[in-house]
Design a binder for this molecule. Sequence first.
Ligand code: ADP
Length: 512
Amino acid sequence: MTQTRVLVVDDEEMIRKGCKKILSDMGMEVDMAENGKAGVELLQKNVYDMALVDLMMPGMDGIEFLQHVQQIDEKIVAIVITGYATIESAIKAVKSGAYDYLSKPFTPDELRTIITKGLQRRRLLIEADLLRKERDRNLLEIASERSRTASIINCMGEGLIATNRMGLLVLINPVARKMLRLKNEAIIEKPIKNNLKNEELENLILSTLNNGLTEETIITKEIEFDKILEQVYSITLAPIQEENGEILGLVAVLRDISEVKKIERMKSEFVRLVSHELKAPIGAIEGYLNLIVDGLVHEQDKERFYAIIRKSRDKAVALQKLIRDLLDLSSIDAGQVARHLEPLNLKKLLVEVTDFMQNEAAQKAINIQLIAPDNLPLTRGDKDDLFRLFLNLISNAIKYNRQNGHVSIGIEVEGSFLMTLVQDTGIGMKKEDLHNIFKDFFRANNEFTRKVSGTGLGLPIAKKIVESHHGYIEVESEYGRGSTFRVYLPILSSRMDRSMKTVQEESVPGEA
Ligand code: ADP
């Protein structure tokens, strides 16, 4: 503890010295001033715990000095020394901030007693001041904590509603208001009933409250908010608990799950559709084959049965292609492409694809021609994926072509890319369809395409493969005359070779 410091202000030297002696003997540090002005100067320079001041002094009197003490440090405990122990002068001094007074003449004991009391007062004042400062700091912390929590609640992506145990609305954040389309409704401190403008949600909250909330209560329910707009919300209810475990109310978190629900619906619709579509041809094939195998079909009926089986088989094959395309698309979306990157001779690859398609082309008497120089630079890619990419393009060039049509394939160097062109003399595409052909499941609908089966997934797959090889694809078409697709794939440079090697090493851990 630091030494107590006392200032004695008195014009009588004897009193000053007498006080100094007694107080110093009590272990205190004592400064003296012979008038009010000198006393104020000392007050401004040093920190004092107590001041002993004579009331009647020439120049600045004791009362005026006390006012300075108050201004400089109100925690200094001041004791007035007065020659006239009148009630008035004592009251006046106390009003001016003095703690007590001492009448002259006084004994050393009287001085010690009053100083000891004053010191206790001084300690209390310091403690009170510390407590006040602490409280102010806590209040500031609480205020800033509150505003931080409020900003988090207001900015969060989910809707939030809180009620007390009586079912009065305590809090609703802007997202919840927006989700429930509430403007001036949802009045705070009003009952939930008819306040949220959604009966199902109100009843859910109220029944949860009425059924007795416990700390384990967590309820998640979906509510269909708008049937026409297909808006579905997931509501999770949980208790609001004090630190001591007491349950104060309930909090509801609202999440918009409309998109998830839509995708779920589409998925199950799709599975239903595919299985339904597959059931018919497979059932027909099975049924007619059984009849033939069991020898129950007359020779003259066999050809008719075969025709039905062939038709069903074509349908099943088309569905099989759809399933394969979907699997391709989902594996590309999952980033499972361009794994087996290797330097690739594009011409060699296109010769393979062209050979593969010759049979299909021949059926329509379509002529396929590949023109490309032999000394082309290499590209780098996944052989299977690039095969699939060009197979889709060339297969389309045949499918959407006419009897005796042409398909020309060419490869050229264009800047740092190898450009592969697939051109047909087929049915072409209308301008409005061209914007959509790379979208999943899009199929142009016109008098020619109606007769051609397809999934609408070939071009989206092609585009994804090109992009995963850092290339791009372009299309030009004239309805009724033909289409040209151009695929640009980067030429393999030694720099690219190095960087792709790193990519490959990274993407296939363990394969150096
Ligand atoms: P699919 O051929 O299975 O329908 P794609 O994604 O390969 O699916 O093609 C989407 C649509 O683009 C086709 O349905 C067709 O209308 C149009 N299309 C694609 N290639 C050509 C082409 N070479 N000539 C004319 N139309 C084409």
